[in-house]
Design a binder for this molecule. Structure first.
Ligand SMILES: *[C@@H]1O[C@H](CO)[C@@H](O)[C@H](O)[C@H]1NC(C)=O
Length: 191
């Protein structure tokens, strides 16, 4: 019985080592991107607990700007950490309505996932890019369901379109809309 327990423990640590030695695979990156999307499209604190590390760091000047309503007059200042830790992320996200979140592209390297995405909303879509740093899940019972957690988030998006949708900004149409007429610049570009 005892030696069997040892065998199981050494098997577990062996398989953990072989996973840690491995880079993100395409399907791991897709899963991380889907998890990130779900945090915005179908948020729940339980889901955040499953997919974010406890010490997750989120830095976004787009969000910092929106939180201070474009004033940079109170915390979080531009350049500062937006959410320091999972509880802070949850406190912020729980105040936001769910948004239709479309993933446009997913790329990855060994530990980071790069996502192009948009909030598919009217009148103006809000397009963004996020860099998601990942970490292998230390909860061995979750290695199959959620092998990689999100540990860092760097995200920027079109705040201009976002505040148009909020009704805080109304643009004025440029007097000449060359691209509307031809679909390309009327004046050819020459280097
Ligand atoms: C943000 O600023 C805009 C423009 O001054 C204003 O209309 C809006 O009420 C402000 N929103 C909040 C939540 O203070």
């Amino acid at each position: 019985m005892f030696s069997r327990a040892i065998a199981i423990v050494s098997l577990l640590s062996f398989s953990l080592q072989s996973v840690t030695a491995t880079c993100l695979l395409d399907n791991n990156a897709q899963k991380v991107a889907q998890n990130y999307a779900t945090l915005f499209s179908n948020y729940s604190p339980q889901f955040a607990d499953q997919v974010l590390t406890k010490d997750v760091i989120d830095q976004s000047d787009s969000v910092n700007w929106l939180i201070t309503n474009g004033t940079n007059a109170c915390s979080p200042l531009l350049g500062a950490t937006t959410f320091n830790g999972r509880e802070a992320f949850k406190a912020g996200q729980s105040t936001q309505p769910n948004m239709p979140f479309t993933i446009l592209n997913v790329y990855h390297d060994c530990t980071n996932v790069f996502v192009r995405w948009n909030f598919d909303v009217k009148p103006q879509q809000v397009q963004g890019i996020s860099v998601l740093g990942t970490k292998l899940n230390t909860d061995l019972t979750k290695l199959l369901t959620q092998p990689y957690l999100i540990k860092t988030v760097y995200a920027e998006f079109n705040v201009g379109a976002f505040i148009v949708n909020l009704g805080y900004y109304q643009g004025t149409k440029p007097s000449t809309c060359k691209r509307d007429v031809l679909g390309v610049e009327a004046v050819p570009f020459t280097a």
